[in-house]
Design a protein around this ligand. Structure first.
Ligand SMILES: C[S@@+](CC[C@H](N)C(=O)[O-])C[C@H]1O[C@@H](n2cnc3c(N)ncnc32)[C@H](O)[C@@H]1O
Length: 251
């Protein structure tokens, strides 16, 4: 999957745009699972999670398709036990097996068909050691918005004067096409991202096919249980932890 949504401009602004996310809380949850393990992150981006996680685990390998996001990661202080590699989450392969694989912050939704999402989960499972964990963080499907079919929102971002986003939602493919117009000092930029939403039940079945079983589902990184939210995604995410069943065959 090649996407222009992760170009140099997006890489340059990514960490500023996401300062509002409570990264330390996320890292705290993941650190417990990562303790003493080798960790693999698909869609590692600028290393927002991969870099702080390194303190609590043996090593982190961060995979990303975007050279721009990886270049932004390389500019940070990268600990010696963190390696970034360019690759696609659906097809990247290594002989190494990991204790924890991460698909954080909607990485899986950037794969816009059921087949492609299943391929990523199978690839994650194939890289897990027996008993290892896969953590997937997705936005809650915007159920009301699917009923409407489209919506427009103004975003409050720290570095632009105005940002307006339009979304087209197709319930048959469960895809959301989002176009965002950013205006700064009279200059305009647009960005387009397509995501395929996932219901937890569908994702659980994909995980089961991949030889994984659900061990925990949360609505946020503080550990609050997940609940269906018709007004989502504003209030909750879907954070699922799956474990590789011992003896599961590769896919
Ligand atoms: C929303 S960012 C998440 C970055 C990071 N995980 C975080 O939590 O800050 C999604 C990342 O996935 C990457 N990406 C998109 N498609 C990908 C693919 N097919 N394989 C691997 N990475 C991909 C993008 O380049 C981007 O860096």
């Amino acid at each position: 999957v090649e996407s222009t949504a992760w170009d140099g401009e997006q890489a340059a602004r990514y960490d500023i745009e996401h300062t509002r996310i409570d990264t330390p809380v996320t890292v705290r949850y993941l650190s417990d699972l990562a303790a003493g393990c080798d960790v693999l992150e698909f869609g590692a981006g600028t290393g927002r999670l991969a870099i702080p996680l390194a303190a609590s685990c043996r090593s982190v390998v961060g995979i990303d398709t975007s050279e721009h996001m990886l270049a932004a990661a390389a500019k940070r202080e990268v600990p010696p036990n963190v390696t970034f590699r360019q690759g696609d989450a659906a097809s990247w392969t290594s002989a190494q097996r990991f204790g924890l694989v991460l698909c954080a912050f909607n990485l899986l939704l950037l794969f816009t068909t059921q087949e492609a999402q299943l391929a990523v989960i199978c690839n994650a499972a194939n890289h897990l050691a027996p008993g290892g964990n896969l953590v997937i963080e997705n936005i809650h499907p915007p159920l009301r918005a699917f009923e409407e079919g489209e919506r427009m929102t103004a975003l409050h971002l720290p570095y632009v004067d105005v940002a307006i986003s339009t979304q087209t939602l197709d319930w048959k493919s469960f895809q959301v096409d989002q176009s965002t117009l950013y205006i700064t000092a009279g200059a305009c930029r647009t960005r387009q991202v397509t995501q395929r939403m996932l219901f937890p039940a569908e994702q659980d079945l994909m995980a089961r096919i991949a030889g994984l079983r659900l061990v925990k589902r949360m609505g946020n990184w503080r550990g609050t249980s997940w609940r269906l939210d018709p007004h989502g995604p504003s209030k909750s995410n879907v954070i699922s932890t799956y474990q590789k069943v011992a003896g599961a065959a590769d896919n």
